[in-house]
Design a protein around this ligand. Structure first.
Ligand code: NAP
Length: 511
């Protein structure tokens, strides 16, 4: 059953056109993949939606030996390919004239003084008024160096009525200790309110909608607890393998890449206590509180409640695909995991005895990110003397990607003289209701950084809380290498142990 759309509205007509004040964005790593596929297309989409200031400029900094003209040409073709919205020559020309390229090495102090001079010129030429967003689209190895050298050149210091913000990409650290060290180093130079630790999952409409759904409606929150909810399942499944990122993935692995960041963002929005207001620090404190309430995993828990896997060769959509160990830049005897599943318990009053099952991996049968909330059955079956032998399970499912929406599954009487109950579904689909809104997912986050709103960015304690939960898993996995890898064929839902993890509690994965 599809819910009737009573009042479809076009998102474009509802967008608040409130561009931020004058500013320049400086992208470190501007010849890289993220800049081409996401950052420039996002800025261009923002221009189309009137969410960029008129006084604006982009400076790309990288070591590739190209000049501004060549950089502008490269970005013209990549933005056409990746912006997902119509290509408008007039808007693009406006945008292109504001793009500059500075060649240099992040380690070289001279680059930062050159950058200072270029920024002064840009301020004069485009009226950007000394407001700078530094986007560190580089490998984690450079986060500290760039911030340190930028500060030695005084680029981080704003005069009165100016701002200087730094977006730091993920991964933020590779364990609790390194994340803590990085926080400490950044905070010796910057204030916390200048640091924007990005997790692009929070740029997705459906993720932000979790808060609106829970706290902007009166009907759901009363059931949002252990009295009514049986379990929560969070699945982030990819069909792709490691593609060109074999080198990165060998060092990171699936747990580091997905769990303390993306999956814990979803978990905290779903399970956190209501904040008293929609203020960045209040919301972020509630998120940290929730992650800190996850029951710490003991050595035994890691063995019984956490599963790791690595894909072997198999088939995706009927096409043969190679195993992880034969991917480019992957060791033939690699023990890096490409799949993780776990059961977590949250030790607070709301969630007592409600398991949270998390599952994420590569080369799974379907690309999907969704949160399935299973409600408890009615206390007794009223229909026991009828033909109804069992009731339909009630699920609320939040679809995060590729489809964005919410479904509710419940039982309804099947028409006819016999009393029979069958499953039906009410669906809300973002695109059906609000119309298409082409985006890369970074627009909201870049906009928020320009207006100084940190709600959707991770604070230092958010990041460290996530690492604290997964640290025991990292420790056990580091000291005890897996003996059964590869343990799932590509195109399946991971190792059998992931099914056993949930089946032994008398439950099943929803998908
Ligand atoms: N790509 C994505 O979709 C994506 C998604 C989420 C997060 N991220 C994160 O975003 C960051 C950037 O990712 P990416 O995929 O764009 O990486 P990338 O393609 O490797 O880009 C990094 C850029 O920095 C340049 N660079 C490296 N070392 C330099 C140095 N010492 N001095 C000057 N330039 C230097 C590289 O130049 P060369 O080309 O010469 O090496 C390259 O142009 C990473 O932290 C990644 O984890 C990326």
């Amino acid at each position: 059953m599809t819910m009737t759309v009573t009042n479809p509205i076009n998102l474009a007509s509802t967008l608040c056109e409130m561009p931020p004040g004058p500013c320049a964005i400086i992208i470190f790593g501007a010849a890289g993949d993220l800049t081409k596929r996401k950052l420039l297309p996002s800025l261009y989409n923002m221009r189309l939606n009137k969410l960029l200031p008129e006084n604006f400029a982009v400076i790309g900094l990288s070591r590739a030996p190209i000049n501004t003209d060549a950089f502008r040409e490269d970005l013209t073709s990549s933005t056409k390919e990746y912006a997902a919205s119509r290509f408008d020559a007039e808007h693009w020309n406006w945008f292109k004239e504001r793009i500059y390229y500075l060649q240099g090495n992040f380690d070289d102090a001279k680059v930062y003084s050159n950058l200072g001079e270029l920024l002064a010129n840009v301020d004069r030429e485009h009226g950007t008024q000394g407001n700078y967003l530094f986007y560190l689209a580089t490998s984690e190895d450079y986060f500290e160096t760039i911030v340190e050298k930028a500060s030695q050149a005084d680029l981080h210091k704003a005069l009165e009525n100016q701002w200087r913000h730094f977006i730091i990409e993920k991964p933020f650290g590779r364990d609790l200790k390194s994340a803590h060290e990085l926080n400490k180093k950044l905070l010796t130079v910057l204030n916390e309110n200048q640091i924007y630790r990005i997790d692009h999952y929070l740029g997705k409409e459906t993720v932000q909608n979790i808060l609106v759904f829970r706290f902007g409606n009166g009907i759901f929150e009363p059931t949002w607890n252990h009295h009514y909810i049986d379990n929560v399942q969070i699945t982030v499944a990819e069909t792709v393998g490691v593609e060109a990122r074999g080198g990165f993935y060998e060092k990171a692995g699936n747990l580091r890449d997905m769990v303390p960041n993306h999956m814990f963002q979803l978990l905290s929005f779903i399970a956190m206590e209501p904040p008293t207001c929609f203020d960045a620090d209040v919301v972020r404190s509630k998120k940290t509180e929730l992650i800190n309430s996850i029951r710490p995993l003991t050595y035994e828990d890691v063995h019984t409640n956490v599963v790791r896997g690595q894909y072997a060769a198999g088939e995706i959509d009927g096409q043969p695909v190679p195993g992880y160990r034969t991917e480019n830049r992957v060791a033939p005897d690699s023990t890096t995991e490409t799949f993780t599943a776990m059961k977590l318990m949250i030790d607070n009053w709301r969630w007592v005895d409600v398991p949270f099952y998390l599952r994420t991996g590569k080369r799974l049968p379907k690309r999907t990110t969704e949160i399935a909330i299973k409600f408890k059955s009615p206390p007794s079956c009223l229909f026991r003397n009828t033909t109804v032998s069992s009731l339909v399970e009630n699920y609320l499912i939040m679809h995060i990607q590729p489809h964005e929406g919410i479904s509710l599954e419940f039982g309804a009487k099947i028409p006819g003289p016999l009393l029979q109950v069958g499953p039906v579904q009410m669906d809300f689909d973002y695109q059906d209701y609000f119309g298409p809104s082409p985006s890369t997912g970074y627009e909201t986050l870049i906009y928020d950084c320009m207006v100084g709103d940190q709600t959707l960015f991770q604070r230092d304690d958010n990041v460290e809380a996530g690492w604290r939960v997964v640290q025991p898993i990292l420790d056990v996995w580091q000291s005890e290498k897996p003996k059964d890898f590869p343990n799932y064929p590509a195109g399946t839902w991971g190792p059998l142990a992931a099914n056993k993890l949930i089946n032994r509690d008398g439950r099943d994965w929803k998908i």
